[in-house]
Design a binder for this molecule. Structure first.
Ligand code: HEM
Ligand code: HEM
Length: 215
């Protein structure tokens, strides 16, 4: 007897800005972690990589409003109803699933908090964040200790993020990484979903300008 092979088709899910944002964020956070732990002369690049994280996350926040379909926060806002449906196995769609969406918001928030506390931190030797001079040294030291703890929180979230992606691949046979590289995903042919729409050149310019202003 022949196995029933469900017909599939390709759908455009992640636009170019979302994909570039993701891998640039990964690169900058890796540089920030390595240089932060190394300290000393590496702190110059720590500050630069960290500042780039501020710009990237601000870009992503604007893109969450003006970007293409599946990049928009409104599209994947994890409401209790959607999360419940997902947990019961009743959610079907493309883009971030409702549980994944929780982790997306957590990753964005903690990355931004980490970078912003960094701006006010100092290593008590030779390097201080670009805005540390604006506040008292006591407050700067307090924010520095939050910055040290924030690193552990961010590390835990990234660990969970990567483990879930491995879980989806091994257990559910659902491969999430190729779409984050090529922008395309495969869905059952009869699933009523569309290619991502919108995210015009104008929207890209606006998002880039706001991000650059923040950086
Ligand atoms: C998301 C971006 C960032 C990450 C992941 C990150 C991570 C880290 C890590 C892992 C450390 C070492 C903590 C330790 O020794 O226990 C550190 C220290 C530090 N970071 Fe960041 N950082 C980021 C952004 C920034 C920014 C933007 C600045 C300033 C412009 C900054 C300033 C500092 C300073 C001054 C220290 C030294 C604190 C100390 O003496 O322990 N960081 N950061
Ligand atoms: C510093 C480490 C990382 C951070 C901070 C991070 C952050 C994020 C964020 C914020 C998103 C949401 C994307 C968006 O809508 O803009 C995301 C999605 C994603 N990330 Fe990461 N990421 C990290 C590392 C990785 C690594 C190492 C991989 C590959 C194994 C990966 C694979 C993915 C995939 C496949 C998605 C899409 C998930 C989905 O389909 O819902 N990430 N990540």
């Amino acid at each position: 007897m022949e196995m029933e092979q469900k017909e599939q088709r390709s759908v455009r899910v992640w636009d170019v800005p979302t994909r570039v944002f993701h891998w640039a964020l990964v690169a900058c956070i890796c540089v920030a972690v390595i240089t932060g732990l190394k300290g000393g002369g590496a702190m110059l690049w720590h500050g630069r990589a960290g500042l780039a994280v501020v710009g990237l996350v601000v870009f992503r926040i604007v893109w969450g409003v003006v970007g293409s379909t599946y990049a928009r926060f409104g599209q994947f806002m994890p409401t209790p109803g959607k999360i419940l449906a997902y947990v019961r196995g009743q959610w079907q769609g493309v883009g971030h699933n409702p549980l994944g969406a929780l982790s997306v918001f957590a990753l964005l928030t903690v990355s931004l908090l980490q970078a912003v506390t960094g701006l006010f931190s100092n290593d008590e030797i030779a390097f201080e964040g670009y805005l540390a001079g604006m506040i008292s040294s006591d407050l700067s030291l307090e924010l520095t200790s939050i910055h040290r703890m924030g690193f552990l929180l961010l590390g835990a979230l990234v660990g969970l993020h990567v483990l879930s992606i491995i879980f989806y691949a091994l257990v559910k046979k659902h491969f999430l990484v190729p779409p984050m590289i090529t922008g395309k995903t495969r869905v059952p042919a009869d699933l009523p979903v569309q290619d991502a729409q919108g995210g015009s050149v104008k929207a890209r310019v606006v998002a880039l300008l706001i991000a650059a202003a923040a950086g």
